[in-house]
Design a protein around this ligand. Structure first.
Ligand code: IMP
Ligand code: MG
Length: 186
C-alpha cells in the first residue's frame, strides 16, 4: 500500500508507527487509565496542538466518563530545535483544585515543556496530577520526568504525523514517521 505524503521536495518520511500499532496501544492505555480512575472524576488536559489527535482517540477509548480541557504551550519555534523556553499561549478555563488531572501530551523529549506544566498545575492543588505521553524520547531527557502512562519509547529523531508537526506540516498523517531533511548543497 502506498501513501500520498505530499512532502517538501527535500524531506523524506520513514514509517515509525503504523496507524494499527498506534490504535492498539491507545486501546491498551485507555483500559489501564479506565481501571486506575474508576469511580473518580477525571479531567484530561491536552497540550495543544500536538496532542489533539492522540487525546481525541484516547478519550473515545476510555470506559469512564471524563471532562476535557486544553493548554497551549510553545517551547519550540517554527523549526525542529528547542527555543529552551516555555510560554503559555492558552491556559485552562476551569479550576483544577481538588480534581484528578491527567495531562495528555504528544512527546516527552528534554522534559522542559512538561516540567514547566507540571509545576504550574501542581501549584493549583489538584487532588492528583499524572502524565500520559504518546511518545517518550527518554534518551534526550534533561529534566527528570517519568510519565505515568507511555505509549511508545522511541529513538532519537524528529517525528511527525498523528497530530505532530514539523513547521505546522504533516499533522494530518494517520501514522507516525521519522522526518529527514536532506541538506542540499546543490
Ligand atoms: P521538550 O520540552 O524538549 O520535552 O519537548 C517537548 C515538545 O517538543 C513536545 O511536546 C513536542 O511538541 C515538541 N517535540 C519534541 N520532539 C519532537 C519531534 O520529534 N517532532 C515534533 N515535535 C517535537
Ligand atoms: Mg507538544
Amino acid at each position: 500500500m502506498s501513501v500520498q505524503l505530499n512532502t517538501q521536495e527535500n524531506a523524506t518520511l520513514s514509517l515509525l508507527l503504523s496507524r494499527e500499532a498506534i490504535a492498539a496501544r491507545v486501546k491498551e492505555l485507555a483500559i489501564q487509565i479506565s481501571r486506575d480512575y474508576a469511580g473518580k472524576d477525571l479531567l484530561l488536559v491536552g497540550v495543544l496542538k500536538g496532542a489533539f489527535v492522540f487525546l481525541a482517540d484516547l478519550m473515545r477509548a476510555l470506559e469512564i466518563p471524563v471532562q476535557v480541557d486544553f493548554v497551549r504551550l510553545a517551547s519550540y519555534g517554527a523549526g525542529a530545535t528547542s527555543a529552551g523556553q516555555v510560554r503559555v499561549l492558552l491556559d485552562m478555563a476551569a479550576s483544577i483544585a481538588g480534581r484528578h488531572v491527567l495531562i495528555v501530551e504528544d512527546i516527552l523529549d528534554s522534559g522542559l515543556t512538561l516540567g514547566f506544566l507540571l509545576e504550574r498545575l501542581r501549584a493549583r492543588q489538584p487532588a492528583s496530577l499524572k502524565l500520559c505521553v504518546l511518545l517518550n524520547k527518554h534518551i534526550r531527557r534533561v529534566y527528570e520526568i517519568s510519565p505515568d502512562y507511555t505509549g511508545f519509547v522511541v529513538p532519537e529523531g524528529f517525528v511527525v504525523g498523528y497530530g505532530i508537526d514539523y513547521a505546522e506540516r504533516y499533522r494530518h498523517l494517520p501514522a507516525i514517521y521519522i522526518l529527514s531533511l536532506a541538506t542540499s548543497n546543490a
